[in-house]
Design a protein around this ligand. Sequence first.
Ligand SMILES: C[S@@+](CC[C@H](N)C(=O)[O-])C[C@H]1O[C@@H](n2cnc3c(N)ncnc32)[C@H](O)[C@@H]1O
Length: 282
Amino acid sequence: MPLTADNFKFIQAFAKDTAAIILEPGKEYLVDTRLSPLAKQAGFKNLDDFLNQLRMNRTATLFHEQVIDALTTNETSFFRDFYPFETLRQDVLPALIEQRASVKRLKIWSAASSTGQELYTIGMVVREYFPALKDWNVSILGTDLSPTVLAQAKEGSYSQLEVNRGLPAGLLLKYFSKIGSKWVVKDDLKRLIEFRPMNLVKAWPILPLFDIVFIRNVMIYFDLEAKREILKKIRRCLHPSGYLFLGTAETTMNIDPEWQPITVGKATYYQSVTPQAALAAA
Ligand SMILES: C[S@@+](CC[C@H](N)C(=O)[O-])C[C@H]1O[C@@H](n2cnc3c(N)ncnc32)[C@H](O)[C@@H]1O
């Protein structure tokens, strides 16, 4: 049975208000595929009955959380797009190591960390190529809205299919242990990394000043206003000389002029145009 127009409108507004997710007209099939299993599992006859119930119950419930969880796209992989991690290794980390030598502290944030592959990739780059950082205070924070992906990220447990996507065999054998059919991140790497829930379009918790922020492949789902607000907030929690990485299909251009794109090799990172203003705002 097709989704009623009213229920599609409701779910569009709900996804936008709760997580800034834009469901364009024509995405009814996506709502249907993602939410019908939830409706069935909760014992409803069809998706419309489930959505009618959701509409009546205005307070946040487990259903609300599960619906947003099901509507998010969690696609990720180790060394996704490859080049940003080359630039991290060849340019960004060497520059930061020089700049932060007196404090010996590095803080990195992945603001939509999904199932954790991006964070463990950064961690492997740090451990593999910068042994001197063993004596530094290095912390890597991953945040995401979805409790399901956060749970897998915390476990650091991946299927053969997941590790086959982008992870070189040498790094797999060095940083993961095979437990049953899963590959599990070893403790030395896990210790570098912390995962926490955070919704980018609600009030932000107090965050430290980061040296590098990765916010990749999440703002593509948001409208212009949400993107602008998030980029502004990142300026407040990124060190004035810090580095911002976006997804390959994302940019700050025509959204927030306070960022300058810098292309090194085949990757682009962004830095504050006016570091002094950023410092004052921080
Ligand atoms: C496509 S994944 C990107 C993962 C990783 N950054 C990458 O590029 O491979 C997008 C992630 O953003 C999360 N997400 C969507 N809306 C969000 C929001 N409002 N706040 C925080 N995370 C959100 C989703 O749960 C999902 O895990």
